[in-house]
Design a protein around this ligand. Structure first.
Ligand code: G6P
Length: 609
């Protein structure tokens, strides 16, 4: 998703902007650009492709400046091209970088064309910069012009704006898309997330919806949506600049897969006293709210949605709590029915996913009294808009394909099952058992990670494949879905997941010697049923690959390849079985030579609808 960086300082900001863009690369993008004000003029460079390409242009023809804005673009309106890359300019005076979507851009564009403005891109962003340029005629200064211009915009935006005529101010604003201000010593920066600015500061202000800020050397003024001057607190980030380094790993994704034992240990830390989960971990008034809750509605997108699907089995099987799970983009427009005493649980790595945020707002409008978010980014929009919060503490996740965020989401979901389950049918003995299982997870995952070599070997069989089918049952069906999602996201192999019992209702027609069928087969009460489904595949000559408890042997006629997964307790088994599927997708992608950490067309943080 588009990334913004900007700065005003008494030193050349260009290297800071370029480093910031590199640190935002993980969000996914197709082109990059930057603009500075120097000597009363705007200077701009843009490049299709990687930030490295833009950096090379700047190296070949330096363009220093004390005031500048920069951007990585993820195409929404108009194809990836240099002309569509930001910053966009108007009258060679004003430049803007934008993250979000301007929904009424067609109307504004028609107006502006009639006024004689020329358009050089197909983006929705260009109308913003013309609107600001136009407003400058009457507004008197850039801040006032931006305030006037944004009144006309509908949709979502985070903006950084500079003007050649005002070299002493960087104007920034946000509505619906994230933007932070980095506070240096006398110097100020803006960025789409804190990671971009960690090399220059660890102190941040988080803009609220509708805020407009004017950043100058030594001062920052912020105005809220009503135009009143406001203060936003400075918060210290606990992230170190190298928290987003790849270390010795070839890809962030592999690093993040291997970080899962630590991430899960961090997620559990400090949340138990004498082996008992503390409900205060969810917020100081959590216990009171939980007492009122009669059901759970989970809302999320992508991998986070899969975590919710696993949790539905847990809520209903382990605690007998009614639980619904829905993709946020559907929920927000479906006119759903929601009882006021339903706990609305959003799950999100970034906390900024536009659909999830909108779904939460919709749930509140429908009368839901209680909301909780399971999130990985402190200070994110979902964290700020939810009554209760449980952070997943996975640490920064850079690979677009989510790994450690997913498994820590599952852990926090299980904590929620325990906390609410006490009020339903989850007894103390089962709670104690699950607690012990959760604490055993880091060690168990370490063991599963030793499957890396056999899985790498297995991945060679996928290099020439175009399709794959994933099967699972019960809580392992969403794990199969997550395995299929990982494979398609990063290896571009078409992969689908099915509940194994559904095989005979359609997908069986796809089975032939060319179709790998990956089965998630833990040792549980559904294993026999699953073995019958495997027989169905084997009888039709399908290529069966089974991830199965090491103590068992697949009772299936015909050839089966088995990856032996260490024994695991039933309740936490979905978390463990996720890991080998992550490794499989990773190795297949490496073999296929794709861009593992930034797969084509995808974004890490989807801040537009
Ligand atoms: C994008 C990412 C996925 C992620 C999904 C939801 O599609 O590429 O990895 O699962 O958004 O993101 P969230 O930050 O809300 O978990």
């Amino acid at each position: 998703m588009c990334g913004i960086v900007g700065g005003i300082a008494q030193r050349n900001v260009v290297p800071i902007l370029l480093e910031g863009l590199r640190r935002l690369e993980y969000r996914g993008y197709d082109s990059a650009g930057l603009a500075v004000v120097n000597g009363g003029e705007l200077h701009r460079k843009r490049e299709l492709g990687k930030v490295q390409g833009l950096a090379a242009l700047v190296e070949a023809d330096p363009m220093p400046g004390l005031l500048g804005i920069a951007h990585t673009r993820w195409a929404t309106h108009g194809k990836p091209s240099t002309a569509n890359a930001h910053p966009h300019t108007s009258g060679d005076k004003v430049a803007v970088v934008h993250n979000g979507i301007i929904e009424n851009y067609a109307v504004l564009k028609a107006e502006q064309l009639a006024q004689g403005y020329e358009f050089t891109s197909q983006t929705d962003t260009e109308v913003i910069v013309h609107e600001v340029f136009g407003a400058l005629r009457t507004a008197g200064n850039l801040l006032a012009a931006v305030r006037q211009a944004v009144q006309k915009l509908s949709g979502a935006y985070a903006l950084g704006i500079i003007s050649a005529d005002e070299p002493d101010v960087l104007v920034a604003c946000r509505k619906g898309s994230p933007l932070v201000i980095g506070v240096g010593i006398g110097e100020y920066f803006i960025a789409s997330d804190v990671a971009a600015l960690l090399p220059v500061t660890q102190r941040f202000m988080f803009l609220e919806e509708g805020d407009i800020a004017a950043l100058r050397i030594g001062s920052v003024e912020i105005y809220n949506a009503d135009g009143q001057r406001v203060e936003r607190p400075i918060r210290e980030s606990l992230l170190s600049p190298d928290a987003v380094d790849k270390g010795a790993y070839r890809h962030y994704m592999l690093k993040e897969i291997y970080e899962q034992p630590t991430a899960i240990a961090q997620t559990l830390e400090g949340r138990f006293i004498n082996h008992r989960l503390q409900e205060s971990a969810f917020g100081h008034n959590a216990a009171q709210m939980f007492d009122e809750v009669k059901a759970v509605q989970i809302l999320a997108c992508g991998t986070s949605y899969h975590a919710g699907l696993v949790a539905r089995y847990w809520f209903e099987e382990l605690a007998r709590i009614p639980c619904q799970v829905e993709v946020a983009s559907e929920f927000r427009y479906r006119k759903p029915m929601l009882a006021a005493d339903t706990l609305v649980v959003t799950i999100s790595q970034s906390g900024e996913t536009a659909d999830t945020l909108a779904a939460l707002q919709e749930a509140k409008k429908l009368g839901a009294k209680y909301s909780l978010t399971l999130c990985n980014v402190p200070e994110s929009s979902l964290v700020r808009e939810s009554d209760l919060v449980l952070m997943t503490r996975a640490g920064p996740e850079i690979g677009v394909a989510s790994t450690k965020a997913f498994t820590t989401q599952l852990v926090t979901l299980m904590l929620l099952v325990m906390a609410l389950g006490r009020r339903f049918q989850l007894d103390a003995a089962l709670e104690a058992k699950i607690t012990a299982q959760l604490f055993s997870l880091p060690q168990k995952i370490d063991k599963v990670l030793r499957l890396n070599d056999p899985i790498r070997l297995l991945s060679e069989q996928f290099a020439e494949k175009n399709n794959a089918l994933f099967l699972g049952r019960g809580a392992h069906y969403p794990i199969a879905m997550e395995g299929a999602l990982k494979l398609k996201e990063i290896s571009y192999i078409h992969a689908e997941a099915y509940p194994a019992g559904e095989l005979k209702h359609g997908p069986l027609a796809l089975i032939d010697a060319d179709m790998p069928v990956i089965t998630v087969a833990p040792n549980n009460s559904l294993l026999e049923k699953l073995q019958s489904n495997m027989e169905e595949v084997s009888a039709r000559g399908g290529q069966l690959i089974v991830f199965m408890d090491e103590t068992l042997v697949p009772a299936v006629n015909g050839a089966v390849q088995m990856i032996k997964v260490p024994q695991v307790d039933n309740e936490i088994s979905p978390i463990l079985y996720t890991i080998p599927l992550q490794l499989l997708a990773y190795h297949v992608a490496v073999l296929k030579g794709t861009d593992v950490d930034q797969p084509r067309n995808l974004a890490k943080s989807v801040t537009v609808e």
